[in-house]
Design a protein around this ligand. Structure first.
Ligand code: ZN
Length: 397
């Protein structure tokens, strides 16, 4: 394929630099070779022109926390993970198509059974089905009585070690462990620690020894603190995180991965589990705590990224919520691009539009720096230099 030149209405490269009005992007062989104002961006002869001149062009979105097979509005998320692989895989292809069309070009998968995420990743890479590039946790590491337990569980240091090693052997990119209870399970509490310090340490050690890292589902209390103290890199959700917890996270350079849609969106846990009072009570309570605390936590200096947690296609909702909680639109866009890539340790490949990076980018109708709801209108998606199905724009011959 010849190189392409993308004529942008506004080019937001995700580095933190000011947006460039009328900027150009040159893409060749799946990668970005140049980006910037026309005067400083040479266009190779014979380049195919893609006209995005009315659009806001930015890096593809990094959804830092999701699950490919779950639809929260159906309720009983754990029951969904217990189904056999075929219905889960079929659901995953529909979910991922939606994510991709809404601008997610990289997704970190935070636990699936059956090694489903690895299988689907291979299908995407082989061109069998469309989807974001997937970073896979494979099986969640959780205790027998832990949140997130579907088919697999791991009790004791040796079982945790074996579970983590087996996950890596099957193609996992990182470890997802469940350090506290969760909102969408009836019998767990958000404060209690499911794992001992030694079990958490074993998971972190096993990951780090092979150059990877551990992420922990942790809402607050001793489970969150143990996870941060033992070197977990990303804290997922953190709904009950206190100022002291966040101070410790800053000191240990741990990331906070915010997941707002699952809690606040009407199609989240609210729709799926409306008939289960024990869950709905937790939803209402967690909403109050998050709305009261997150404006302060997000302003504390802790590094944060965002994830939809299976709310497929809802990255715009995550960003709108960040802005509602006082985050500047520019910082919100960075949370979903560069910061997300850093949190997921793929920032050498994606997250910004700079020469050498993969050509993962989107175009939006409107200016999300002025009105973040423009992120609902993703009209063009390119991944690895290839325009994805469903894009509203057409390239010129
Ligand atoms: Zn999750």
């Amino acid at each position: 394929m010849p190189p392409s030149v993308l004529r942008c209405g506004t080019l937001f490269d995700g580095t933190g630099a000011d947006p460039v009005v009328g900027g150009l992007l040159v893409v060749d062989d799946g990668r970005i070779v140049a980006a910037g104002p026309p005067a400083a961006t040479p266009v190779p002869p014979g380049a195919r022109v893609v006209d995005l001149s009315g659009r806001f062009v930015m890096p593809g979105l990094v959804d830092a926390h999701s699950h490919i097979s779950i639809v929260p509005a159906r309720g009983d998320q754990i029951g969904q993970l217990r189904r056999s692989p075929v219905p889960q895989a079929l659901q995953a292809t529909a979910n991922l198509r939606r994510d991709l069309a809404a601008g997610t070009t990289t997704m970190r998968v935070m636990a699936e059974e059956h090694f489903l995420d690895v299988e689907v990743r291979e299908a995407i890479e082989a061109g069998v089905v469309p989807g974001p590039r997937l970073l896979c946790a494979t099986r969640g590491i959780t205790a027998s009585n832990g949140h997130g337990r579907a088919l697999s569980s791991f009790d004791g240091v040796d079982a945790v070690r074996r579970g983590v090693r087996e996950n890596f052997a099957r193609g996992a990119d990182h470890v997802k462990l469940f350090a506290t209870g969760g909102v969408s399970s009836a019998a767990t509490t958000l404060h209690a620690s499911g794992y001992s310090r030694e079990e958490i340490r074993a998971a972190v050690e096993e990951a780090e020894r092979v150059g990877k890292y551990a992420a922990a589902h942790a809402h607050g209390g001793p489970g969150l603190r143990l996870a941060v103290e033992e070197g977990v890199s990303t804290i997922e959700h953190g709904a009950l995180a206190t100022d002291a917890d966040v101070e410790l996270m800053i000191a240990r350079q741990a990331w906070l991965v915010c997941t707002f849609a699952i809690l606040f969106h009407p199609d989240g846990i609210e729709r799926g589990d409306a008939a289960r009072p024990a869950i709905m009570e937790k939803v209402r309570w967690a909403r109050g705590v998050v709305a009261a605390n997150f404006p302060r936590l997000l302003a504390s200096g802790v590094r944060f990224a965002v994830g939809t947690d299976s709310m497929h296609g809802c990255m715009a909702f995550e960003l709108e919520t960040l802005v509602r909680f006082g985050v500047a639109p520019r910082a919100a866009l960075l949370a979903a691009t560069r910061r997300g890539a850093e949190a997921c340790r793929v920032d050498r490949e994606v997250g910004t539009l700079e020469p050498g990076k993969r050509a993962d980018l989107i175009a939006v109708d409107g200016d999300p720096l002025r009105d973040i709801t423009a992120m609902r209108r993703v009209v063009f998606v390119m991944k690895d230099g290839v325009v994805q199905d469903g894009a509203a724009e057409r390239s010129e011959p």
